[in-house]
Design a protein around this ligand. Structure first.
Ligand code: PSU
Ligand code: MN
Length: 305
């Protein structure tokens, strides 16, 4: 039944059958998170890094209504260039599929597709979360709800301070989503290693993480896990510079009345232009770093199944 909606790339299908490590990758970061042509370059390099570290990449998106698990290079190019690719979270999937549209999947959308295909690990840059001012706007990313329910572990570089990091962590705690610091006690803030917030558990190697992930699901504790992997020091942004840029971007979004699903892409592109592209460079490097660690964890996890 589900098969009619999914199209799994033969290489991914083979790896899954052989219980090899497979990593899901999202396409919203390609279509709405980074400008062309850096988005294609990054997406393809991330796949390479995953292979170099022993896992098979599966970039996920919806094309002509088909949920594709493992986009080809040409399909990634198309996602990166086309103006008609929608941003697809849980609520959007049925319509994009039924109307045979093209959609780039968010963290939530990608987790759903990964889980349908049997992929346990997912690498990205940053997750969505509770937005600043959410007590008025109710803007809380559907990513958090997905993390609460869907069995996919997500490696990210933490949450950006376009979000309310404290409230995001509270939300995750309420929903029983473990938040791990990879080699750190502090939850990373995407562009910077520090956020001022502690993680629940620090883990220093892929083996220990794989054991915790396996234990969670063995016990029927459904839902995901957030693995916060800090950006490498050499690519980190200056704390004050990035926070000033974020503040300016937030002000502009408010003045222009940007709302709903437009908010995150708007802020990302504003921050990029305010920092003259330096935030984009950091963003790219942190994704590469996550790909490396994510693949290593996936390899260890595949040995446990
Ligand atoms: N953070 C980034 N880059 C991104 C996103 C978040 O640094 O591209 C994307 C992810 O796809 C994430 C989505 O799932 O934004 C969250 O959007 P929203 O806040 O509308 O749920
Ligand atoms: Mn939102």
């Amino acid at each position: 039944m589900i098969k009619k909606y999914l199209e799994i790339h033969p290489e991914v299908e083979k790896a899954l059958k052989e219980k090899k490590a497979v990593i899901a990758l999202e396409s919203t970061i390609i279509a709405h998170g980074m400008p062309y042509p850096k988005n294609v370059e990054t997406a393809l390099r991330v796949e390479e890094i995953i292979r170099e570290n022993g896992a098979v990449p599966a970039t996920i998106g919806i094309l002509n209504g088909k949920i594709k698990v493992g986009l080809t290079t040409e399909e990634i190019e198309y996602m990166a260039k086309s103006e008609n690719v929608l941003k697809v979270s849980r609520r959007d999937i049925p319509f994009v599929v039924a109307q045979k549209l093209d959609g780039a999947t968010t963290v939530a959308g990608t987790m759903i597709a990964a889980s349908l295909a049997g992929i346990k690990m997912f690498v990205t840059g940053g997750i969505g979360g509770v937005h600043r001012g959410a007590e008025k706007t109710f803007d809380i990313s559907a990513d958090l709800e997905e993390l609460a329910n869907t069995n996919v572990a997500v490696v990210c570089a933490g949450a950006k301070s376009i979000l309310d990091i404290g409230l995001t962590l509270e939300y995750l705690e309420t929903h029983g989503v473990p938040v791990i610091g990879y080699g750190t006690e502090e939850f990373p803030a995407f562009y910077t290693r520090k956020s001022g917030f502690e993680v629940d558990y620090r883990v220093d190697n892929p083996e220990d993480l794989a054991l915790a992930i396996r234990s969670k699901w063995d016990l029927g504790l459904d839902g995901g896990m957030v693995i916060g992997n800090p950006i490498p020091e050499e690519f980190e942004m200056d704390y004050d510079t990035i926070n000033r840029a974020i503040k300016d971007a937030l002000n502009e979004a408010e003045e222009l009345g940007i709302k709903g699903k437009e908010t995150t892409p708007f802020l990302l592109s504003k921050i990029k232009s305010i920092t003259e592209g330096r935030s984009l460079e950091s963003n790219i490097q942190l994704v590469y770093n996550n790909a490396k660690i994510g693949a290593k964890i996936a390899v260890k996890l595949s040995e446990l199944y």
